[in-house]
Design a protein. Structure first.
Length: 254
C-alpha cells in the first residue's frame, strides 16, 4: 500500500514578482519532499525534492525522460506518489501539458468554458475573457476556431485558458517545443506577463538557453532525482553536481 501523503498549505504569502535580481535566493520549504513514483517496479521519480520560492519563474531543467512531466503531474494532483510528501495546493495549481488539447470551439469559447469550469459568475465572464485575450495577444482571433490556430497562437491560448482559474501556481511543460523563434518569443513574453498577475510560474525545459532567458532559479533533474538547485546563472556557469556538469558539457545522460 502506498504511504499516505501529507498535504500542507503552499508556503508563504504572494510577493511582488518584480524582485531585485541581486537579492539572495531564499531557501523555501519543499513543494515535493522525497517523492517516489513507481511504475512496474521502476522508480520514475526517485526521492525527488523540489523547492519552489513562491514567486517568480523557476525552470525545471534536464534531459528528456528525466521525470519533469511526471513531477508536474504530481504537483498538480494528477498522480499520487507512492512515497513522500506533497506540499502544494492542487486546486490552486494549473498545468499546461505538452500538446494541450484545445476544444472544438472558438478561441473565445475555450476561454469561456474554462471560466465556467472555474465557476466564475456569468456576468464576470465577458470582462475576464477580454482580459485574457489581451494578455495572450489573441484579441483579433477571438472568434477563430481554436483548432485552426497556428502552433504559437494555440500554445498561447492553452496558457491563457489555464490562467482563467486565477491559479497561484502555473506549470507549463516545454512551453515552446516545436515552435519557430517568433512564435517561441510570443509564448515566452506571455509567461513573463503572467508574473505580473502574482502567479508563480514553473516551466519544464530541456533548453538551458530558455532557462537563462526566463528563470531566476533553476532545478536540474535527471532520472527522477533533483541533482542541483541554484540561481540560473550560477548553475549554468558553475554546476556542482556531476550529472549537471556532464549534461551541460554535451554528454548524453542515460
Amino acid at each position: 500500500m502506498p504511504e499516505p501523503r501529507n498535504v500542507v498549505p503552499f508556503p508563504g504569502p504572494r510577493r511582488d514578482p518584480r524582485h531585485d535580481p541581486r537579492a539572495p535566493l531564499p531557501e523555501p520549504p519543499p513543494a515535493l519532499d522525497s517523492v517516489v513514483v513507481l511504475d512496474a517496479g521502476r522508480r520514475r521519480l526517485d526521492g525527488l525534492t523540489l523547492r519552489l520560492p513562491g514567486r517568480g519563474l523557476t525552470a525545471l531543467l534536464g534531459p528528456r525522460g528525466a521525470g519533469k512531466s511526471l513531477a508536474f503531474e504530481v504537483l498538480a494532483g494528477l498522480v499520487e506518489p507512492d512515497v513522500g510528501e506533497v506540499h502544494a495546493l492542487a486546486p490552486a495549481t494549473a498545468l499546461v501539458p505538452r500538446g494541450a488539447a484545445l476544444l472544438r470551439r472558438s478561441v473565445r469559447g475555450n476561454l469561456d468554458h474554462a471560466l465556467r469550469a472555474a465557476r466564475v459568475a456569468r456576468r464576470e465572464r465577458p470582462g475576464r475573457i477580454e482580459t485574457l485575450l489581451a494578455l495572450a495577444g489573441l484579441g483579433p482571433l477571438a472568434d477563430h476556431p481554436a483548432r485552426a490556430l497556428p502552433a504559437g497562437e494555440a500554445r498561447r491560448l492553452a496558457i491563457a485558458r489555464a490562467l482563467a482559474a486565477s491559479p497561484r501556481l502555473l506549470l507549463v511543460d516545454e512551453p515552446t517545443e516545436g515552435l519557430d523563434p517568433r512564435a517561441a518569443a510570443g509564448v515566452e513574453a506571455l509567461l513573463t506577463q503572467a508574473l505580473a498577475e502574482s502567479i508563480e510560474v514553473v516551466i519544464a525545459t530541456p533548453d538551458p538557453l530558455q532557462a537563462t532567458r526566463l528563470a531566476r532559479r533553476t532545478i536540474f533533474i535527471h532520472r527522477g532525482r533533483d541533482h542541483e538547485t541554484a540561481a540560473t546563472a550560477e548553475l549554468l556557469a558553475r554546476p556542482h553536481s556531476e550529472a549537471a556538469r556532464a549534461w551541460l558539457s554535451g554528454a548524453l545522460l542515460v
